[in-house]
Design a protein around this ligand. Structure first.
Ligand code: HEC
Ligand code: HEC
Length: 421
């Protein structure tokens, strides 16, 4: 039976998922909540960038040590470079409104999209991410002076895809990591079976940590499964720091002649040092929601009614974790972490491929903390909430059209709701 996603009357919990586009029978549900306001729990008071509330002193100490490292300018002796992304520390791209947040600083992803839809990330030409900065062309640590100057990377002429991805906030990501794989599979199945226009896909990718194919959940295309892998990939791609997971330097235009020029043997840092960066991200609390005003409450009702919640799923539940604050807890990311065909508005579409997320497929942006981001959508073009909805197309076109048909008062109410999450 096909059900219009926007006409649901209830929020359902089945297994570990709360989804907005189902009117499934009560039998398969763990329990039914009359509407999402019944889910409101007293929220522990945290500020942006705090650790999860209630962590043991030992875990708080790990969080603090991780934050210290995340906030430290990395030096060549820490393995920085030899090619990196222009800034020598994580926090420089993740500091709005506090350390651990977002920024407008982008990373550039390139590739070649062929007419038959196949995508070449141009690895031999320096892709899929570009590093335009080196450790100075002086190559201060280069053991072979004849290799100096070190060339900087340039955009290869073959690239016909060139995407800027701005740095998203990192609040609450330990909770996202702890969601069971089966939840994402169930959400995708449910959307396929019960929604008319919305049919998100799980992006199955190889988890570099376990070697198994698993549902990705991090990154613009849900291309990465665990925080250990994402942090290791940020270390190599943004800072040029090699790790046990990614032990090879990024080479300008794919030419590795200069690989030893950072003067530190690979891997530059140990798994224990990577784990410190990961601790900070994993143990950070979700963004603190603002109290809902009257208008925001009305906005929430409209958001649910016009189908925004089909993809921006309000509540997920974690599986088991050795950290009590991540163990079987409900949280409110306002995303299904699936990838959706986002269509193309005025020619705007994201055309890279990562895993099974091919051209136009992007992850539903989590809306928690949206009020802390200075300009919305992955390349900043959305600006405001209403500005972002304008660019929704593909599977999101129906919800967009319903939004555009609302009065400006109602649109404002939705914006107020979204920026309070
Ligand atoms: C030059 C800017 C820049 C620097 C430096 C940087 N990041 Fe990021 N970060 C980004 C961008 C851009 C993305 C989005 C990438 C994508 O969507 O594929 C991102 C995404 C992430 C994510 C995934 C967020 C999500 O919602 O899926 C994590 C985790 C992360 N960064 C951690 C780090 C850590 C740890 C460091 C330091 C080792 C770091 N970043 C340094 C720009 C940066
Ligand atoms: C079919 C799934 C889908 C539906 C339905 C949908 N969205 Fe989205 N939304 C997305 C995806 C995917 C993105 C990320 C797009 C990007 O960055 O390229 C997004 C991004 C956003 C953003 C920007 C967030 C950020 O951090 O940059 C806002 C705001 C937003 N959506 C609001 C809404 C509202 C309001 C509605 C209802 C009118 C809605 N969305 C309906 C999939 C959906």
């Amino acid at each position: 039976m096909s059900i219009q996603c926007f006409r649901f009357r209830h929020w359902f919990v089945f297994g570990a998922v709360l989804s907005g586009c189902s009117t499934s029978s009560e039998d398969e549900l763990g329990f039914i909540v009359e509407d999402s306001s019944a889910l409101e729990r007293p929220t522990p008071v945290t500020n942006f960038g705090d650790p999860l509330p209630g962590l043991s002193p030992a875990l708080v100490a790990r969080f603090e040590a991780g934050r210290e490292l995340f906030s430290t300018i990395q030096q060549p002796s820490d393995g920085l470079g030899f090619a990196f992304n222009g800034v020598p520390a994580c926090f420089i791209c993740h500091d709005v409104p506090v350390i651990g947040g977002s920024s407008g600083i982008p990373a550039e992803h390139i590739g070649f999209l062929a007419d038959d839809g196949s995508f070449d990330p141009l690895i031999s030409k320096g892709g899929p991410t570009l590093q335009f900065t080196g450790m100075g062309t002086s190559g201060a640590n280069c053991p072979d002076p004849s290799l100096i100057p070190i060339p900087l990377e340039v955009r290869p002429p073959e690239a016909n895809v060139d995407i800027q991805r701005r740095a998203p906030p990192l609040f609450g990501l330990g909770l996202v990591e702890a969601v069971p794989d089966s939840t994402f599979e169930a959400l995708a199945r449910q959307q396929r079976a019960e929604c008319d226009e919305v049919a998100g896909k799980v992006n199955h990718v190889e988890d570099a940590v376990s070697g198994r194919r698993r549902p990705g959940r991090f990154g613009l295309k849900s291309q990465i499964v665990t925080l250990t892998e994402f942090v290791s990939s940020a270390l190599i791609n943004e800072l040029g720091i090699t790790t046990p997971l990614f032990p090879h330097e990024n080479c300008p235009q794919g030419d590795c002649t200069w690989a030893d020029c950072d003067g530190v043997p690979d891997p530059d840092i140990s798994a224990a040092r990577v784990a410190k960066f990961v601790d900070f991200v994993r143990l950070m609390a979700p963004p603190p929601p603002k109290p809902l005003t009257r208008a925001a409450r009305r906005g929430r009702m409209l958001f649910e009614r016009i189908g925004c919640a089909s993809c921006h799923v309000p509540t997920l539940v974690t599986g088991s974790s050795s950290i009590p604050q991540l163990d079987h807890v409900a949280f409110h990311p306002y995303s299904d972490f699936l990838v959706h065909d986002f269509g193309s508005t005025e020619g705007f579409s994201e055309l890279t491929t990562q895993g099974e997320a091919t051209a136009r497929y992007v992850r539903t942006a989590p809306l928690w903390g949206a009020g802390s981001i200075s300009s919305l959508l992955h390349d900043d073009r959305g600006g405001t909430v209403a500005g972002s909805v304008f660019w929704h197309a593909g599977e999101a076109a129906v919800a967009r059209d319903r939004f555009e048909a609302l009065s400006s008062n109602d649109k404002d109410a939705i914006s107020e709701f979204v920026t309070s999450l």
